[in-house]
Design a protein around this ligand. Structure first.
Ligand code: NAG
Ligand code: NAG
Ligand code: NAG
Ligand code: NAG
Ligand code: NAG
Ligand code: NAG
Ligand code: NAG
Ligand code: NAG
Ligand code: NAG
Ligand code: NAG
Ligand code: NAG
Ligand code: NAG
Length: 818
């Protein structure tokens, strides 16, 4: 009996194994759902005209003949072979192309996989509402990640019934409070001034039902109102991230009862009140981010007694540093931000005890004294001390640092030469020293810092005519050296990837070098207030990426070659004022697409960098008043300034094509002939300055169509006839702007026309000239100075931009067990 059995056993076993293998593939309906999902993704991808051929979303392994448990991005239960985890993040993410828009219904097949415990659909640009019914199916969910999509509406109430949920990340969407299907819908009625709670601004109280929740992130959404008290029921909570919403409330006093909290991030909301003392009881608290709210009171010194604390961000509130308290910290911080806290005196020395410090921000305080030697020895990664009153020179020891990646010391009173060894600090990515009193040459070794992305040395007294030679293949993309005393030839040794180059208000001379065309990504070129000579360089036409070109107040002469503008479809801001350019204005200027189209979005803010850069306002002579145009919205401005040159001949009527222009100035030239009728098509123009020429004829009736017009200056010409009436023209009544012509008349200037019977209201004049004080600027500064000053809002190290993705299990392990 024993023998046959031992023979049969291997056979039975192998049959059994075969059968088991067969049974052990994933359930057919689940596979079907995934294939359905893949087909939808492919359809979207195919119809998006995407240039990339490759199947970047790696669903190749999803084929109908194989076991779906073996597919990439899919994990099954080893026991039941049902799908338990789906990693569907970043499926259609293409950094360069236009983002592909995905409708939220694409997830419908996924909602049929009821065994799911782990679902990640982050970074897919999914638009629309979250399906509540769909999520109700996934009652076993433990981990739900829908970060970085375009989800709208409220969090569906069904989410709050997912009783096993431990991880919920809905960050970077456009979600708002309230419960879906209820008042939430009224949220669209923006125009009605309804009570905020009625609009469903709050995070729903049902959040308290998710008692297993360990991480709750709704950062960067549109929640307003408050967090419900029921959040205090989430005893397991470790991470609460509500940053960048519009929450208006105080931190609940009992927050200290959430004893497992390690991250409390409430930045960029409207929180008020004081930091509740119960926070002291959070013995696991590592990260406390409260910056950019409306907290008030003194900054509690006990925070520094919390031994667990590693990252503390408190700046940008109304909280004040008590300068009399002596701090003896028990914490060992790695990040500390105390911007705008009215810290006075020297940089506090207790900081030197923080041996692990990697990020230090003390910007916008009242700090005095020198850059401390101990700080230069601490190997801090980011040091942000802008907007204080620090003096003296920078210790050369700082640049022996192996970790320094951001140094921002703008707008202090530092002086002296930059240490020659600055190039040793090889990790520097951002160096901002503008608005100080640094002098001497720019050390050549700066060019050795091969990671350097942004260099801002503007507004100092740097001088000399030797210049660092940057590696053409380097990374340096933003360079601002404006407002110094640099001289000699215009330097050209920048990286080919340079996007912004600002060299204005120096003493550079000579011709514009042809090598500029090597910078084929250049968007902004600013050389105003130098002594550039020679003719207008025709080669600029090869720089088709240029959006802003400022050559104001140089010594360019000759005529504008008509070919120069054929290629520059991106040019939106062109300032050639205050030169010696002559000849006629080329009619090709009327083809500049960047000035024809009303620009939509700029690439400036959405470029390759993972941190946000804020430019200081662009100072222009806007409507004849010196104004700052916010550079974040610089893309909406379009200007053409040819004033103060020697242009002659007729005004080309093609300029009327430039429908996107907000400012057109051709004043102080030798132009003659009539004002083209086509100027009535300049539908965006706000400032139109034709003054100080030899223009004759009448002001065209078409001017009444200029709906945006607020400044019209035609003074010192040979115009005659009636000033058109109607529309904005009725408001053009500054006498000086019509002065010195050959017989203008009209109600605007209170001069009767020969065929008039009306009596103008003479007593209005006095008032009007008072209402328009900006006329005093007339002739003072025509054009604008493109004074870029960069200020990094915060480094990626500070976490303002992309939070590093939470550590997630590799595709082949499921962290949670029910
Ligand atoms: C998408 O395009 C690929 C190849 O271009 C093709 O094989 C596939 O069938 C298309 N899918 C759909 C759903 O249109
Ligand atoms: C794809 O290209 C076709 C023509 O080439 C165009 O009609 C269609 O609108 C484009 N689709 C998208 C989504 O850009
Ligand atoms: C829920 O799952 C079932 C199958 O289990 C499916 O028929 C139904 O369509 C799903 N509901 C939604 C809203 O997806
Ligand atoms: C969910 O929370 C609400 C409000 O906090 C409560 O009334 C309800 O009973 C809870 N439901 C469950 C299933 O716990
Ligand atoms: C907090 O965390 C610990 C360890 O992770 C865990 O054992 C405990 O149950 C959690 N909850 C509370 C309320 O402490
Ligand atoms: C901190 O916890 C202790 C005991 O757990 C409690 O007695 C005390 O009141 C708490 N402190 C605050 C400020 O909540
Ligand atoms: C800058 O420092 C110098 C001394 O180094 C001092 O004379 C000057 O007043 C300071 N300027 C400002 C604006 O604090
Ligand atoms: C700048 O430094 C120079 C010396 O290099 C000094 O004479 C001048 O007073 C300083 N200016 C300011 C505003 O501190
Ligand atoms: C500029 O171009 C000329 C040749 O056109 C070349 O000899 C010179 O080295 C270039 N200079 C720089 C700094 O790239
Ligand atoms: C032109 O630039 C020079 C320096 O190059 C400066 O002195 C002068 O004030 C500037 N003129 C105007 C009108 O801005
Ligand atoms: C500009 O340079 C030219 C020639 O190099 C010189 O004659 C002129 O004086 C300079 N102008 C200014 C304002 O420095
Ligand atoms: C237009 O730009 C391209 C490169 O962007 C260049 O090759 C071409 O020569 C330019 N055309 C003119 C007329 O400058």
């Amino acid at each position: 009996m024993g023998k046959p059995l031992s023979l049969i056993t291997p056979l039975v076993l192998s049959i059994f194994i075969l059968m088991f293998m067969k049974c052990s593939s994933c359930p057919a309906h689940q596979k079907q759902s995934l294939l359905h999902f893949k087909a939808s993704i492919l359809t979207i991808f195919n119809s998006s005209n995407s240039s990339s051929e490759t199947s970047f979303f790696s669903l190749d392994s999803w084929d109908s003949t194989s076991d779906c448990c073996n597919w990439e991005r899919v994990i099954c239960s080893p026991r039941t072979r049902e799908i338990t985890a789906l990693y569907l993040d970043s499926l259609l993410l293409m950094p360069s192309d236009q983002p592909i828009v995905v409708d939220s219904r694409i997830l419908d097949p996924v909602f049929r996989i009821r065994s799911l415990m782990f679902l990640d659909v982050s970074l897919n640009n999914i638009q629309g509402e979250i399906s509540g019914e769909g999520l109700a199916n996934l009652s076993k969910l433990v981990h739900l990640d829908m970060r970085q999509n375009g989800l709208v509406g409220s969090i569906p109430r069904q989410v709050f019934h997912l009783r096993f949920l431990r991880f919920l990340d809905l960050s970077s969407n456009s979600l708002k409070g309230g419960l879906s299907g209820e008042v939430g819908r009224l949220g669209n009625l923006r125009t009605c001034k309804l009570d905020e709670n009625f609009l469903g601004g709050d995070i729903p109280a049902e959040i308290g039902n998710l008692t297993k929740l360990q991480q709750f992130s709704v950062r960067q959404n549109q929640f307003s109102g408050g967090i419900p008290d029921s959040i205090l029921d989430l005893k397991e909570l470790e991470v609460l991230d509500l940053r960048s919403n519009q929450l208006v409330m105080q931190i609940p006093r009992e927050i200290g009862s959430l004893s497992n909290i390690s991250t409390l991030a409430l930045s960029k909301n409207f929180f008020t009140g004081v930091i509740p003392p119960s926070i002291r009881n959070l013995s696991k608290l590592e990260t406390l981010r409260l910056e950019d709210n409306r907290f008030s009171g003194d900054i509690p010194a006990w925070l520094f007694d919390m031994e667990s604390l590693k990252n503390l961000f408190l700046g940008g509130n109304q909280m004040i540093w008590n300068n009399n308290v002596k701090i003896v910290p028990k914490c060992l911080l790695s990040q500390l931000s105390l911007k705008s806290c009215k810290i006075a005196g020297e940089i506090p020395e207790w900081i030197s005890t923080q041996k692990n410090l990697d990020f230090l921000e003390l910007s916008d305080n009242e700090l005095t004294g020198r850059f401390p030697l101990w700080l230069s020895e601490m190997e801090v990664g980011s040091i942000l001390l802008s907007d204080n009153r620090l003096t003296g020179s920078i210790p050369s020891r700082l640049f022996q640092s192996l970790s320094l990646s951001i140094l921002a010391l703008s707008r202090n009173n530092f002086s002296g030469e930059l240490p020659e060894n600055i190039g040793e600090a090889n990790e520097i990515m951002i160096l901002m020293l503008s608005g100080n009193n640094f002098s001497g040459p720019i050390p050549k070794s700066i060019a050795d810092i091969y990671r350097l992305l942004l260099l801002d040395l503007s507004g100092n007294k740097f001088s000399g005519n030797t210049f660092p030679i940057f590696d053409p293949d380097g990374l340096l993309a933003y360079v601002d050296l404006s407002s110094n005393e640099l001289s000699g030839d215009i330097p050209v040794s920048f990286c080919t990837e340079t996007k912004i180059l600002a060299l204005g208000n120096n003493k550079f001379s000579g011709k514009l070098p042809r090598n500029f065309t090597n910078m084929n990504q250049l968007e902004h070129l600013d050389l105003h207030d130098n002594n550039i000579t020679g003719e207008y360089p025709e080669f600029l036409s090869q720089m088709s990426s240029l959006q802003v070109l400022n050559l104001r107040n140089n010594s360019l002469h000759g005529s504008l070659p008509s070919k120069s503008f054929s290629n520059q479809s991106n040019l939106r801001i062109l300032d050639l004022s205050n030169n010696n350019l002559g000849g006629s204005i080329p009619s090709e200027l009327g083809n500049l697409m960047g000035m024809i189209e009303t620009p939509s979005t700029s690439s400036l803010t959405t470029d390759m960098f993972t941190f946000s850069i804020e430019f200081k306002d662009l100072i222009v002579n806007w409507k004849k008043a010196i104004r700052g145009l916010s550079s974040r919205r610089l893309d909406i401005y379009s200007l053409l300034d040819l004033s103060n040159n020697k242009f002659s001949g007729n005004i080309p009527s093609s300029l009327g094509n430039l429908k996107g222009l907000k400012l057109l100035s051709i004043s102080n030239n030798r132009l003659s002939g009539n004002i083209p009728q086509s100027f009535g098509d300049l539908e965006s123009v706000e400032t139109l300055d034709l003054s100080n020429n030899n223009i004759s004829g009448v002001i065209p009736q078409s001017f009444t169509r200029l709906k945006q017009l607020s400044v019209l200056d035609v003074s010192n010409n040979k115009l005659s006839g009636r000033i058109p009436q109607g529309g904005q023209m009725d408001l053009m009544n500054v006498l000086n702007y019509f002065a010195n012509n050959s017989g203008l008349c009209g109600v605007q200037i209170g001069v009767k026309c020969p065929d008039d019977q009306l009596t103008p209201e003479a007593d209005e004049e006095g008032d009007d000239s008072e209402k328009e004080p900006w006329f005093l600027w007339k002739g003072a500064l025509i054009g604008f100075s493109l004074g870029f000053v960069f200020s990094v809002l915060m480094a990626f190290l500070g976490g303002y931009f992309v939070l590093p993705p939470p550590p997630k299990p590799k595709y082949h392990s499921v962290k949670y067990r029910l």
